[in-house]
Design a protein around this ligand. Structure first.
Ligand SMILES: Cc1ncc(COP(=O)(O)O)c(C=O)c1O
Length: 370
C-alpha cells in the first residue's frame, strides 16, 4: 500500500500539518473496535476493554521517544499538562532565591498563559525577547542564571519555524540547576526525538499535529529523578496509587507520572492516537523528516531568498516553512485558487509538508507562488 493510502486525503494540497495532521485510514475501524464496540459489548462493563487503552498509549509514546512508559501521563493537551505541573511547584519563597520562570515571547501563547500563572505562587516571569537568538546557546547561557527555577523550552516555534537545540539547552539548564520543561507540540512526529538522549526534566506534547493522532490525546512526561518532588493540586481518583481503594480519607499519589492524571479520563482520543503513533513509527519519523526536508528544500531553492522567514539551514528549521512574499495578497489568492490548504500568520504563510505530500504537489505550489 502506498503511503498516501495510509491516510485519508483531502481535496487540494494539504499543508496544514503544523495544525492538524491527516487522519490515518484505519482510524474509524479503531474507534469502532476499541471504543464503540467495547462500550456496546464489553463485559461486565466497557472499562474492561477501555482500561488497557491508556497503557497502550503510554507504551506507544515510550517506543516513539525511547523512554519508559510509566513516565507518561495522559493529558487532554499541552496546556492542561503544564497547568498540573505548575500546581505542584513550591511557593517561590521556598526555593533559595530561585524565583524566576524563564519563557520566550515566541512560545505558543496558550503555553505562555499557563506559565504566567506561576506568578500566583510568587514567581517572576522573564521572557526571552523576540530579538534574542534562541538558536544560539549563548542566549540560553546568559538567561539561565542562579535565579531561575524552571525554563520552558519550545522545541519548534509555531510562528517562525525555528528549531531550538533542545539537547544543548537542557544540558545548560542542568548545569545551572534549572528545571527544564520542553514543549514538543510542533515537532513530535516530524523531528526524531529521543528523551534518553535529551535528559530533560519534563516534556509536554500532543498528537494532533504531525503524529496525525487527532485532538484530545496530549501527554506529560516527567523524569524519574524529579517525579517524587511533585505533589500536584489538580488531581482526581486516577492520580491515586490505587484508584479503587475508595477511602476518602487516604489520598496517596501514584508512584508514576499518573499522579498528574485526574478524574475519569476520556478514552477515544487515546485509542485513536495510539494507532496513529504506531503507524508513524512504522513509517519512521526519520523518513517523515527526510521527506519533509526534501520538499521544503524545493521551495527554498525556488523562491527568492528574501521571502524566507524560517531558517534556511535544515537543522535549524521545524517541519514548517514560513515564507513572506512582498505581494502577499496576490500570492495568497493564487494559492487559494489552486486549493492549497495553508495559513497566514503575522510573519508569513505557513507551509508544512508531511510524508503524504508529493513532489508534484510542491512543484504546483511553487509555480503558483512565483
Ligand atoms: C509550540 C506549541 N505548543 C503548544 C501548542 C498547543 O497547546 P495545547 O495543546 O495546549 O492547545 C501549539 C499549537 O499550535 C504549539 O504550536
Amino acid at each position: 500500500m502506498s503511503i498516501q493510502h495510509l491516510f485519508t486525503q483531502k481535496d487540494g494540497i494539504y499543508l496544514l500539518n503544523h495544525s492538524v495532521g491527516c487522519m490515518p485510514a484505519s482510524t474509524r475501524a479503531i474507534a469502532e473496535s476499541h471504543f464503540f464496540d467495547a462500550w456496546e459489548n464489553g463485559t461486565p462493563d466497557p472499562w474492561a476493554r477501555w482500561f488497557p487503552v491508556f497503557a497502550q498509549f503510554q507504551q506507544s509514546l515510550a517506543r516513539l521517544f525511547n523512554t519508559d512508559a510509566s513516565q507518561f501521563c495522559p493529558q487532554q493537551n499541552v496546556s492542561s499538562g503544564l497547568s498540573k505541573l505548575l500546581s505542584a511547584f513550591p511557593p517561590a519563597s521556598q526555593n533559595n532565591g530561585r524565583n524566576v520562570i524563564l519563557i520566550s515571547e515566541n512560545d505558543f501563547p496558550s503555553i505562555g498563559f499557563v506559565m504566567q500563572q506561576a506568578k500566583h505562587s510568587g514567581y517572576e516571569i522573564q521572557f526571552i525577547k523576540d530579538d534574542e537568538d534562541v538558536l544560539d546557546t549563548d542566549t540560553w547561557k546568559t538567561r539561565l542564571t542562579e535565579r531561575v527555577y524552571a525554563v520552558l523550552i519550545t522545541h519548534g516555534h509555531y510562528n517562525s519555524g525555528k528549531l531550538v537545540p533542545v539537547k544543548d539547552v537542557v544540558s545548560i539548564a542542568r548545569q545551572q540547576g534549572v528545571m527544564s520543561i520542553v514543549d514538543i507540540a510542533q515537532t513530535a512526529g516530524v523531528i526524531p526525538i529521543d528523551f534518553t538522549d535529551w535528559q530533560p526534566d519534563v516534556v509536554a506534547g500532543s498528537c494532533v499535529k504531525w503524529l496525525c493522532g487527532g485532538p484530545g490525546a496530549g501527554f506529560l512526561w516527567v523524569s524519574k529523578h524529579i517525579l517524587g518532588n511533585f505533589e500536584p493540586v489538580d488531581i482526581g481518583w486516577f492520580s491515586h496509587q490505587n484508584p479503587f481503594e475508595f477511602n476518602i480519607h487516604n489520598f496517596k499519589y501514584a508512584d508514576s507520572a499518573l499522579r498528574f492524571w485526574g478524574g475519569t479520563p476520556s478514552v477515544l482520543p487515546y485509542a485513536i492516537a495510539k494507532n496513529s503513533i504506531d503507524q508513524m513509527r512504522e513509517i519512521g519519523v526519520k523518513s517523515v523528516r527526510e521527506h519533509n526536508v526534501l520538499l521544503a528544500r524545493k521551495v527554498i531553492d525556488a523562491l527568492p531568498a528574501s521571502w524566507l522567514v524560517s531558517p534556511a539551514e535544515d537543522e535549524c528549521r521545524t517541519g514548517t516553512l514560513v515564507v513572506n512574499p512582498p505581494n502577499r495578497d496576490e500570492v495568497e489568492a493564487r494559492l487559494n485558487k489552486l486549493n492549497v490548504h495553508f495559513d497566514v500568520r503575522k510573519r508569513g504563510f505557513r507551509l508544512s509538508a508531511h510524508i503524504y505530500n508529493t513532489p508534484a504537489q510542491i512543484e504546483q505550489v511553487i509555480s503558483a507562488m512565483l
